[in-house]
Structures are given as structure tokens and as C-alpha cells.
Write a protein that binds this ligand. Structure first.
Ligand SMILES: C[S@@+](CC[C@H](N)C(=O)[O-])C[C@H]1O[C@@H](n2cnc3c(N)ncnc32)[C@H](O)[C@@H]1O
Length: 382
């Protein structure tokens, strides 16, 4: 697998993080290459005046951040894994740190931005929130260029650029990617709340969902199945691993009111929504006893520290479908459970998580199943 990106007079060595054995995917794509070549061929750096900077939105593994190492830049991401990858690839390529600010997706954009480079994200609502924030800081001189795979750029994508930035056109496709150019027109855009809230029937809970939260428009049916099949017991330290908007951890808090629930997700917006949802919907004491952690699964957590871990595992990293994260989560769960502690997960039948759990825990039982999903329970034996 190619780890050296030779582009526009630079050679960068880039890895995907978290690292996996026999990695087959490279840490950049043709949209990164298109953006870098466009920047270099058009000498965009010449447009930067003193005290002006570059804003990079949604760089996946650091190709853009590292290539632009000579310039003052702010890098915005909703992903802890991406921010971590960017940091590690910066170190690997000996990029200076002083001219870089890494920022999560919940913060406002800096005011002195002259050039904005955006990688088109998976979710339209997340793109809308980023463009809304950009609208607040652009001037007629700001240069806005985005890039994405052809199959991720639709009329609805371009409409958002027209709405928040200005006149928008696209480039020809190269290696299945396209650029989007948007010329700022300073105009009023009606305020729009992008986070949405819906109710869960019967429970009377109002669920807040930021722009980039998994299944933000409705309760995920896999998550619902797990909420309805929580194990009986007197648990005291529980984890909602990959919590999204936090519904599984909230159900656990309702089922085991004395337990401390730890919500973990790699998305900053998810953790913020989970925190809001606990505060809005569960008794104050339970909400105050909860912990909210942006992290790569349970990496860095202490061994033998939880008696129940609940998980509706992710099957994507960025645009790639993978069971690698689920696999790491199950291994780390085994490490972090006390003896006789339980991991309870929900998954599509076809993902065949049962084999993985058998291999890691030496046991795995089916708790419940329907046509689509299965709930599995594995116990840590001493
Ligand atoms: C299938 S969703 C489940 C969300 C929620 N628990 C539910 O049931 O609706 C998986 C979640 O895992 C999160 N995730 C993905 N990779 C992760 C990682 N390495 N560490 C922590 N969370 C991760 C995603 O952001 C997403 O919120």
C-alpha cells in the first residue's frame, strides 16, 4: 500500500490512524490530490496577506494540513480520529506546530480567513452547518474551494454553496473527484437551527441531534432493539460505547439509576448531543453522575473498570465500510471489563459479530433476535 504522496514539489508520508495490520487503504484520495494541485498550480498562497490564514474543513487524515505546512491555518473536524491522524502525520512529516490551530466542529470559525478548502462530508446537514459558520466570516475576497468524490456532489450540495456563499460552479471530474468553486456574495441568509429534536414515543424523551450525529433524523432501529433488551442486573459502572445521541446510555441510566454511565464517541457533535440529552431527559443526579468522553473507543481506559459495556458498533470510518473499529472496540471492551462483566451488542445478522466475540471472550450467547438484528452477550471470564 502506497504511503508516499508525491505531489506539487512535496513528498509526504501519510498513514491512516488508527493503524491496522495489513492496511490496504491509503491516507488520501483523489479529492485531496485535486485540491492540492489546484492550490499549487494557481499559486493561491499569493492571495494571502499578512495576518490572513487558510481554513481547512474536514481534512480526513492530514494530507491537506501537512501539504500546507508553510502557512497559518485552522483545521476543523468533527472527528477525534481525524484530528489524531492529522497530529500524527504532522509529526511524521516534521511539520511545524506553531502555525496550526486544530479545532473541533462545535467552535466558531476564525475571522481572518482568506482561503477555505473543504472536503465534502458524508452528511449534508453537517456541510450545511459548516457553510453556515463560514457565511458568518467570509468577505467578497475569500476564496472558497471544495472537493469530493463525484458521487458525493449532488444538486443539493451545490444549492447549499449557492445559499450560504454565492455563485457556484464545478470543475471537470478527475479520477472520479470534482472541485466546487463558490464566489462569495455578501447577503443575508435567514437563520436556521440545524440541530434537530424529536421525541421517543412512550418515554417522553426529547432527543437533540447535532448536524453530524448518527441517525439524526430518527431513532435507529438497531439502537431501539438494544434499548429494549438491556440485561437485568445491579450494574454500577456502565459504558455506552459509540454513543451517538446517547439513547442507549440514557436507557441504561433509567434501568440502573445508581450506575455511573460513561458515554464515548469519536464525534464531538455526538458527545455534545448525548450530554444535552442526559441533562434534558434524566433526573439531575443521574445526569451529573454521567461522564462524556470524546475518544477512540476505550483506548487508554483502565483495565477491569466497568461491569457493563453496551454497543451498537460503527461500520464506517470516514467513507470506508469496515468492521475494524468494531473489532477493536470488542477487544478493548474485554480489557476494560471486570471479571464476570458483560459486553452486550446489537448488530445486523450478516455482520456475524458472534464469531468475533467467541474468539475474544471464549463465549457468546444470543439474547434476542428479529429478522434484521441480533443482540449478543459475552461475559469476561477470569
Ligand atoms: C452505529 S452508531 C450508534 C450510535 C448510537 N449508539 C445509536 O445506537 O443510535 C456508531 C457510533 O460509533 C461512533 N464511532 C465510530 N468510530 C468510533 C470510535 N473509533 N470510537 C468511538 N466512537 C466511534 C460513531 O460516531 C457513531 O456515533
Amino acid at each position: 500500500m502506497n504511503e508516499a504522496l508525491n505531489i506539487a514539489d512535496q513528498t509526504l508520508v501519510l498513514h491512516r490512524h488508527p493503524r491496522i495490520k495489513n492496511e490496504t487503504l491509503q491516507a488520501w484520495d483523489s479529492a485531496d490530490e485535486y485540491l492540492i494541485n489546484y492550490f499549487s498550480e494557481n499559486e493561491l498562497q499569493k492571495q494571502l496577506n499578512e495576518n490572513e490564514q487558510i481554513l481547512l474543513v474536514n481534512d480526513s487524515f492530514g494530507a491537506l494540513t501537512c501539504y500546507l505546512q508553510a502557512f497559518q491555518r485552522t483545521v476543523v473536524s468533527d472527528s477525534y480520529l481525524s484530528i489524531n491522524s492529522i497530529k500524527l502525520n504532522m509529526q511524521r512529516n516534521r511539520c511545524p506546530e506553531e502555525n496550526l490551530l486544530l479545532q473541533d466542529s462545535l467552535q466558531q470559525f476564525p475571522e481572518n480567513v482568506k482561503i477555505v478548502l473543504i472536503k465534502i462530508p458524508k452528511t449534508l446537514s453537517y456541510l450545511e452547518e459548516m457553510l453556515q459558520k463560514l457565511h458568518a466570516v467570509i468577505t467578497p475576497e475569500t476564496i472558497v474551494v471544495a472537493a469530493g468524490k463525484v458521487n458525493m456532489i449532488h444538486n443539493s450540495t451545490l444549492d447549499l454553496f449557492e445559499k450560504y456563499i454565492g455563485t457556484t460552479k464545478t470543475s471537470l471530474a478527475k479520477k472520479k473527484s470534482r472541485l466546487i468553486f463558490s464566489l462569495p456574495i455578501i447577503k443575508e441568509v435567514p437563520e436556521k437551527e440545524i440541530a434537530i429534536t424529536w421525541e421517543i414515543e412512550k418515554l417522553d424523551w426529547k432527543i437533540h441531534n447535532h448536524a453530524n450525529v448518527f441517525s439524526r433524523n430518527h431513532l435507529d432501529i438497531g439502537g431501539r432493539f438494544l434499548m429494549d433488551n438491556l440485561p437485568k442486573g445491579d450494574f454500577s459502572k456502565v459504558v455506552d460505547l459509540g454513543c451517538g445521541n446517547g439513547i442507549i446510555g440514557m436507557a441504561a441510566s433509567a434501568a440502573y439509576p445508581k450506575a455511573q454511565i460513561t458515554f464515548i464517541d469519536e464525534s464531538y457533535m455526538s458527545i455534545d448531543s448525548a450530554r444535552i440529552n442526559m441533562q434534558k431527559n434524566l433526573p439531575e443526579e443521574q445526569a451529573e453522575n454521567a461522564r462524556f468522553v470524546v475518544n477512540n473507543g476505550l483506548v487508554g481506559f483502565k483495565p477491569r473498570s466497568y461491569d457493563l459495556i453496551l454497543c451498537n458498533p460503527p461500520f464506517h470510518q470516514q467513507q470506508t465500510i469496515t468492521d475494524q473499529i468494531a473489532w477493536s472496540m470488542f477487544n478493548d471492551a474485554h480489557f476494560c471489563l471486570v471479571d464476570n462483566g458483560e459486553l452486550v451488542i446489537v448488530g445486523n445478522h450478516h455482520l456475524n459479530y458472534q464469531d468475533k466475540l467467541e474468539r475474544i471472550f471464549g463465549n457468546c450467547e444470543i439474547v434476542s433476535q428479529n429478522k434484521k438484528f441480533v443482540i449478543l452477550r459475552a461475559v469476561k471470564m477470569d
